[in-house]
Design a protein around this ligand. Structure first.
Ligand code: KMH
Ligand code: ZN
Length: 305
């Protein structure tokens, strides 16, 4: 059997980082559109998109903040558009699903459990030395803003509201328990096979970014879903390139982008999303994998097209 091609997703801006942390993080409509197009040209077949306020750069789930850049991306690329329903941490599920409901993209995210979502702004995590956080200041003081709420009722509401749109979900699984949540939701008919799972490593509150954990998540998913799933890996911060490479070698897909890491290598900020895509593409191809075009990604993931 021919080896499956590797799908590169690029998550262009997200809601974790702020523009003060890196000049490369796009937040204006123009910059989000341009960096998304450049990332697609560099080899990303899926673009995972959040919006931001055009002047302040604050994360936004207002469809009016997506409207200026989505058509430009559609016109200039054949990439699959994937809209976030994660929004940002303190928002209700009703607000978070508005952009996907409004624009009915081919894909959108679906977060599979609640957690204490924390991510140190400059998490670089290349070694223990990079891991110098202040428990009181970075985590305890922000606790109330760091609850990422994805209750079963939230998941049900998002799934049922978006079902008529035929959108393929990127099921965000930050820990092994989220795989069991997904399995249960499939068993009761909330989600249909084949599902697309994003294994996420390195967000505090979720599973850590060790290769052992990737193998464990994959083995658990194999047991729970058999042939009924496709998978990709997102390593946050310094884990991005290493875990993405490992995923591709294991036959999976991968996600990069400034949403999940501001870096291109240890201690060095990335110049753009496209730079991260080009780097992982080179590594993946050097190691013998072929990357999937947008249409190949549509076929692999069974998208509405
Ligand atoms: N930044 C990722 C770790 C979403 O948009 O729904 C999580 C994420 C969630 O991408
Ligand atoms: Zn996101």
């Amino acid at each position: 059997m021919a080896k499956q091609k590797t799908i590169i997703t690029c998550a262009v801006t997200g809601a974790i980082h702020t523009p003060t942390m890196s000049d490369a993080l796009p937040f204006t409509y123009d910059d989000i559109a341009q960096q998304a197009v450049d990332a697609a040209e560099a080899g990303a077949s899926i673009l995972h998109l959040h919006a931001r306020h055009n002047e302040t750069g604050a994360p936004s789930v207002n469809p009016d903040d997506f409207a200026p850049f989505l058509p430009r991306i559609k016109q200039s690329t054949n990439a699959v558009v994937n809209i976030s329903t994660g929004g940002s941490l303190t928002l209700s599920i009703q607000d978070r699903i508005k952009p996907a409901k409004t624009f009915s993209p081919e894909m959108c995210s679906m977060n599979m459990g609640s957690m204490n979502f924390s991510f140190h702004p400059l998490a670089n995590r290349y070694s223990e030395e990079d891991w110098k956080y202040d428990w009181e200041k970075d985590y305890v003081a922000n606790s109330d803003q760091n609850i990422f709420r994805n209750t079963f009722r939230d998941i049900k509401e998002a799934a049922e509201t978006l079902a008529p749109h035929g959108i393929k979900f990127e099921h965000e699984c930050y820990d092994v328990g989220h795989l069991y949540n997904l399995k249960y939701c499939m068993d009761i008919g909330l989600f249909k096979a084949p599902v697309f799972i994003q294994f996420i490593f390195g967000i505090m509150g979720g599973i850590g970014p060790e290769v052992d954990n990737l193998i464990f998540m994959k083995r658990t998913a194999d047991r729970l879903f058999g042939d009924d799933y496709r998978w990709s890996v997102l390593g946050a911060g310094g884990a991005q390139m290493g875990l993405g490479t490992t995923a591709s070698q294991m036959g999976g897909h991968l996600r990069v982008g400034l949403e999940d890491s501001l870096f291109i290598s240890r201690g060095k900020l990335a110049a753009s999303n496209a730079q991260q895509v080009a780097k992982i593409r080179r590594i993946v191809e050097d190691l013998g994998c072929e990357i999937a075009s947008p249409d190949e990604a549509r076929e692999i993931l069974d998208l509405k097209g």
